[in-house]
Each structure stands twice: as C-alpha cells, then as structure tokens.
Design a protein around this ligand. Structure first.
Ligand SMILES: Nc1ncnc2c1ncn2[C@@H]1O[C@H](COP(=O)(O)OP(=O)(O)O)[C@@H](O)[C@H]1O
Ligand SMILES: [Mg+2]
Length: 246
C-alpha cells in the first residue's frame, strides 16, 4: 500500500501523542513523548515506578494538560478538549486501583459508566458487559466493596465499557491481584480487545503485558527509551536493561 510521506496521521492511527512534555509545577514529568495506537491494536506502556506511565494516560484523558506537544484522536487535534468531550468521543479509562464506589452495587457502578450517554443504548450496553462478565450479572445487587479483587477489576472494566469506548486506557490492571487472578485478568483484557476495543495499557508486569500486546513502549524517567513489536520486546536484552534501569 502506498503511503504518502506527509500525511498528517496514518489512516488507522486512532491515538497519537506527538512530542508531549508535561509538568507538575516545576517538575518535568514527561519529556517529549511520542506514541501511537492504531485501530484494533493493544499497546502496552511499560516502565518502573514513577516513570510517568499514569501521567501519560492522564494526558490522553485530559486530566493533565501537556505544556507542549499534541494529542490526536483519529488525526484530530484534541489537546485542548475537556475530559467529557474526550469520553464522548470514545475514550474510557480503567483507573489505577479501580476506583469503584464500594458502597454502591455492581449494577449502580455500571450505570455510572453510562452517565454521558443519552440512555438509548443502556440496555444493550449492559447486556454486552454481562455477556463478557456473567459474574457481574450474578452479583448485580452486591455492594462493589464486598467483591473479590478479580471481580472488582471486572466491574472497573465493565464500567469503562458501558460508554462504548473506541480506546480503552488501563492503568496497572493487574496491581494488587493474586498471581492466579493476574492470569485471569489478562485473559479478560485479551477478550475485551478481541471484541473490537483498541487498548493502551500501562503495566509493571512486562512479561504478562507483552504476552497479549501487539506493541509496547518503555518509559524511563519521562522518556520513551525503547519501543517495538511485543514479540521482539519480549526477547530483548535492552528491555531488561531499560526496564530494570541498568
Ligand atoms: N499530581 C501530582 N503532583 C505532583 N507530582 C506528581 C503528581 N502525580 C504524579 N507526580 C509525580 O510524577 C512522577 C510520575 O508519576 P506517575 O505518572 O504517576 O508515574 P507511574 O505511573 O509511572 O508510577 C512521579 O515522580 C510522581 O511522584
Ligand atoms: Mg501509575
């Protein structure tokens, strides 16, 4: 396929971060980060603690504004869009530590994921989430705070999926889960991805993340130090060095 060299964005480029630099106060956290997620891709963003992974996702969602650089959605510059506009245009997040409303039921938590919609697709969206996570239907009247870690992760994912996202951001989905649940969790993420949602996933568990991802990027103190197809990163000695900071 012939591709024009000076096209603004690839035809299938769903998300593009272009030279993003982000500060918290005087502290520069991201230093000129560029990354892309194509439609249908599952991309992981790896890196050690405090390397800027969550800040990158917050920049995509619009919670944090970059000092310079652009955030593009399907080629459209959304750098100045407020958060609700980004959600309305198909971005959803499964936040770090899930952030459920523990005193509300499973069903109520899922309803919250649909608040920006007009209600016309609510039943259909809820049905799709229940098809993906039958457990959430069984537990629909249970308070979210009383669920197991794995079930809470399902609620967080289900809540994000209620808005029919094109792009799902996930921040350390396996954090705090037992090894058996981590396995289950990654199977579910793979299933969500295969159902047609593009995913940008932050993880510290590099091997697991790369085992289901198409491509990966490695962040180290606010810079992308390594990127490539997941299969290549998995074999890479550079990954071990970059990731372990040696
Ligand atoms: N709201 C904030 N205000 C000031 N500094 C912050 C804030 N959030 C994160 N940081 C700092 O920014 C750096 C990157 O944080 P973060 O993006 O959360 O990293 P990661 O998700 O990779 O652990 C860390 O040094 C962290 O302490
Ligand atoms: Mg983080």
């Amino acid at each position: 396929m012939a591709v024009s060299a000076n096209r603004p964005a690839a035809a299938n480029g769903l998300l593009k971060l272009d030279e993003i630099t982000t500060y918290y106060g005087q502290m520069r956290i991201l230093e000129g980060i560029s990354l892309e997620v194509s439609t249908g891709e599952l991309v992981c963003l790896l890196g050690g603690n405090a390397s800027g992974k969550s800040t990158t996702l917050k920049t995509v969602l619009g919670i944090v504004r970059p000092r310079s650089g652009r955030v593009l959605l399907s080629g459209e510059d959304m750098t100045s869009w407020p958060v609700p506009q980004r959600i309305a245009n198909g971005i959803a997040i499964v936040p770090e530590n899930r952030r459920l409303f523990g005193d509300m039921t499973v069903r109520e938590n899922l309803e919250l994921g649909a608040v920006l919609g007009d209600g016309s697709t609510f039943a259909e969206d809820l049905g799709r989430v229940h098809d993906l996570f039958p457990r959430l239907y069984e537990r629909r009247n249970q308070l979210a705070g009383t669920l197991s870690g794995g079930e809470q992760q399902m609620v967080a994912m289900g809540r994000a999926l209620m808005s029919r996202p094109r792009l799902l951001l996930m921040d350390e989905p396996s954090m705090g889960l037992s090894p058996a649940l981590v396995q289950q969790n990654f199977r579910i993420i793979k299933e969500v991805h295969e159902s047609g949602v593009s995913v940008l996933m932050v993880e510290q568990n590099a091997t697991m993340a790369l085992s289901i991802a198409d491509r990966g990027y490695v962040l180290s103190t606010g810079q992308i130090v390594l990127e490539g197809p997941a299969s290549e990163l998995l074999k890479s000695e550079d990954l071990k060095r970059a990731y372990l900071g040696r």
